[in-house]
Write a protein that binds this ligand. Structure first.
Ligand code: CTP
Ligand code: MG
Length: 404
């Protein structure tokens, strides 16, 4: 066991195989086929990129697959732009080596090496890997105790013997290592002409590293044949819960004598104006809060303190676009935004369409997903006395979650 050291992690996802056993000739490489509507490799990258530990992700791809990879990377729910790729080699072993070399000089202390064909890797497994490495393991191998009785066969297809299974395990990925020794072991294996290692733990064993067994995950199967992909697709469709979240926001600004109000970015001539530090666009402020609420990101005041002089007179579009970016950075897709304005005057109706178009442009979503409504307060209360305008907003966002 090594002494505890600082942990900084690289991830190598090997995806340069041809997937011949899964029928790549007719359907393309297995790692780019959809399961539950998303490519297998996108599922893998989602799992790693949403895992909260800092990491550098390198994907090793086949030179023929660049377009497939770009498309799949574009669908990754978080920090897709940070995922880099390099080209692989003719064997898995050489593809891993290409990935490790791409991480050289980045300062990482550890690396996790994962098959792109294992889309059911989950955060609990990554946490176990992480715990083993920070606990000092030189290498950590997720594995499952073999459940079936095992037989060794003779060349003529009869049973030669029953193999005791008590200490036998099936190896999975991600296989995890201290970076320098596994890179050295891989380089030594390649330079001594060995290219027959089917996983990285066997190279570590060959190089004399100590490999700790950790609990794998029964779900973390490798998709190998066509049927595995069909079953993975069914499983995903059955178990994935849509991560739909709703946020609400409320805001009020005071009306004083003036020449117009700004609502949803539209300036409406009026004999009053809204009082506030920024342009006092009460509608956009309420919607900003609603969006931030969907990912627990606080409220508008946390991000744009009213005490900060730089927001004096600022267009509230800045606040809304910032909230939309936070949502997207957290893996969210904005599904709709709905604002109710409560104002005695001015009349909102003639400006509704322009307001909706503004929202669609600021949020980057279609017009049918943007709604603006208005009501008076029947002349009662502070709104009824034309002392202020209130806005209530609701936003719905779908986040790319882990399967349950
Ligand atoms: N792999 C790789 N480079 C290779 C061969 C394999 O990066 N030259 C990757 C695969 O893309 C896969 C993982 O290693 O994610 C495990 O390999 P395997 O399941 O054997 O995939 P393929 O080699 O693609 O499939 P097949 O053996 O059926 O052709
Ligand atoms: Mg293979």
């Amino acid at each position: 066991m090594q002494a505890k050291e600082q942990f900084s992690c690289g991830v190598v996802v090997v995806a340069a195989g041809r997937g011949e056993r899964a029928g790549s000739l007719s359907d393309g490489p297995k790692q780019y086929r959809p399961i539950g509507g998303r490519p297998v490799i996108t599922r893998v990258l989602d799992a790693f990129s949403t895992w909260p530990q800092d990491k550098i992700i390198i994907v090793v791809i086949h030179p023929d697959d660049e377009a497939l990879f770009e498309r799949a990377r574009g669908l990754v729910s978080k920090n897709a732009e940070a995922v880099r790729f390099v080209h692989g080699g003719p064997t898995r072993q050489l593809s891993v080596l290409a990935g490790l070399k791409a991480l050289e000089g980045t300062g990482i202390t550890h690396v996790m090496i994962h098959d792109a064909a294992r889309p059911f890797v989950d955060h609990a497994l990554l946490d176990r890997c992480h715990a083993s490495l920070v606990g000092g393991a030189e290498a950590a191998l997720p594995a499952i105790a073999v459940a079936d009785t095992l037989k060794r066969s003779t060349p003529d297809g009869t049973v030669a013997e029953t193999v005791p299974r008590a200490s036998l395990f099936a190896a999975q990925t991600p296989q995890c290592f201290r970076f320098a020794p596994i890179l050295a072991a891989h380089e030594r294996a390649a330079s001594s002409g060995r290219s027959d290692f089917t996983d990285d733990a066997s190279i570590a064993e060959w190089a004399g590293m100590s490999v700790a067994l950790i609990e794998g995950s029964v779900d973390n199967v490798k998709l190998t044949i066509k049927r595995d992909i069909a079953m993975a697709n069914e499983k995903w469709n059955r178990t994935a819960l849509p991560d739909v979240r709703t946020g609400n926001g409320y805001d009020v600004h005071q009306l004083v004598d003036g020449d117009g109000v700004t609502l949803c970015g539209i300036v409406i001539p009026h004999d009053q104006t809204l009082l506030g530090h920024s342009d006092a666009d009460v509608a956009l402020h309420a919607l900003t809060d609603a969006l931030l609420a969907t990912c627990g990101a606080g409220d508008i005041g946390d991000h744009f303190p009213p005490s900060d002089p730089q927001w004096k007179g600022a267009p509230s579009r800045i606040f809304l676009e910032h909230a939309a970016k936070i949502v997207r950075d957290n893996g969210g897709t904005i599904m709709n935004a709905d604002i109710s304005l409560i104002a005695e005057a001015p009349k909102v109706g003639p400006h509704r369409q322009a307001m909706r178009e503004n929202l669609a442009s600021m949020l980057g979503i279609s017009l049918d997903r943007c709604s603006v409504k208005a009501t008076t307060n029947e002349t009662i209360g502070f709104v009824g006395r034309r002392e202020g305008i209130a806005a209530i907003a609701t936003a719905t966002v779908v986040y790319a979650g882990q399967e349950t």
